[in-house]
Design a protein around this ligand. Structure first.
Ligand code: GLY
Length: 369
């Protein structure tokens, strides 16, 4: 293990990215302080937990990043479970994408990575699937993790066990830079309302859709998603169904997580809307009619951090000493493992290896210029 660095690395944001990075840094002996404004708004508590580079139909560099992360997830989860003593609820259950026609299926960007299904195959994979889906793709390599109830808690426990410190309710108001432009610290308001400056020469900005409040030049905008959950019979649905506009994610105990609207015009407007909830209800009826009679448990919403190409912003920023791990849009849970690995490498004295450097370069924050 490397010698402990006496100055803590600040992690701005106590969501999934912040915790995943804090965990990797702490594992190698770095001192880490996580500043979190309001953990309940973190996308890690809001997302459905799909691990779906293929089902989401990703392409290009983002598909490759997602595939690399998917490969790492079992070992990453093992580390978190060993460090925390808690299960993360990883389920490599496969994801089925149903289509309105075989032509639509064959044109799907990730079709070559899936198993082509006709109606008979579909009904075998998803007993009770709605009429009107004559074709599908099975991505057996995709899956899910119980992010809301398990992964986030396990990561928090793992971090605490490794000595990571937390300030909850701490709102970072600004980044402080020295004469050379390098990071010198942050100004923050504590939960008790005191304003203070915290010296730091290394920090990671992982504030999701709110990252632009500290660094307005970042090309990130919120895309609101509304969700709900239903309590189904245990094992009524084995695989995730990823339909157009609605997906159904069955947890081991029968809880069915249903997502999600995609509202780019909603900004940070809080709350559920009748139209959003209706969309989900119609999606459930089309995908799995039996589930319309399952009792609703919870309804919630969140804000995806979206960039112009829907890929994350990773690595260095325009401020020396400040690194970025934000803008993961629809794929934050999937990309947490690779993000933590890349950021830990970027902050290590040895720096990233050539393969990691290539990945960081592809997801530079200023690639859109
Ligand atoms: N990854 C699914 C969503 O963002 O709704």
């Amino acid at each position: 293990m490397a010698a402990a660095n006496p100055e803590p690395v600040l992690i701005l944001g106590g969501g999934l990215m912040g915790l995943a990075i804090a965990h990797q840094l702490a594992r190698r002996g770095d001192r880490v302080l996580v500043l979190s404004r309001r953990r309940s708004e973190a996308a890690g508590f809001v997302a459905a937990g799909m691990l779906a580079p293929h089902a989401e139909g990703l392409s290009g560099d983002l598909l490759e990043l997602g595939q690399r992360s998917l490969e790492r997830i079992p070992a990453w989860v093992e580390q978190i479970e060993a460090d925390s003593g808690l299960r993360c609820g990883l389920r490599p259950c496969g994801i089925v994408v149903p289509f309105r026609s075989a032509a639509e299926r064959d044109a799907y960007p990730t079709a070559p990575f899936g198993q082509s299904l006709d109606r008979v195959d579909l009904a075998r994979e998803i007993p009770g699937i709605g009429e009107g889906w004559p074709a599908g793709l099975l991505f057996a390599q995709d899956g899910q993790i119980d992010n809301r109830r398990r992964l986030m808690r396990a990561l928090e426990r793992a971090c605490v066990g490794l000595g990571v410190t937390f300030q909850e309710g701490a709102e970072v108001l600004s980044l402080e830079q020295g004469a050379t432009g390098a990071l010198q610290g942050v100004r923050l308001r504590t939960a008790e309302g005191d304003e203070q400056c915290l010296a730091a020469t290394k920090a990671v900005l992982a504030c999701g859709a709110w990252s632009t409040q500290l660094l307005p030049e970042l090309p990130i905008a919120p895309v609101k998603g509304q969700m709900l959950s239903l309590q189904g019979p245990r094992e009524a649905l084995q695989r995730v169904i990823f339909g157009p506009g609605t997906y159904l994610v069955p947890r081991e105990d029968g809880l069915l997580v249903v997502g999600a609207t995609s509202e780019a015009q909603a900004g940070f407007s809080e709350g559920l809307t009748p139209a959003g909830q209706r969309q989900l209800q119609e999606g459930i009826a089309a995908l799995l009619p039996a589930a319309t009679s399952w009792p609703p448990m919870e309804r919630w919403w969140g804000f995806r951090p979206c960039t112009p190409d829907e890929g994350p912003l990773l690595g260095t920023s325009g401020i020396p000493g400040l690194w970025l791990a934000a803008g993961h849009h629809r794929n934050g849970v999937l990309l947490a493992a690779i993000t933590a690995e890349l950021l830990a490498a970027a902050l290590s004295p040895a720096g990233p290896d050539p393969a990691q450097t290539r990945q960081l370069e592809r997801f530079r924050w200023d690639r859109f210029r």
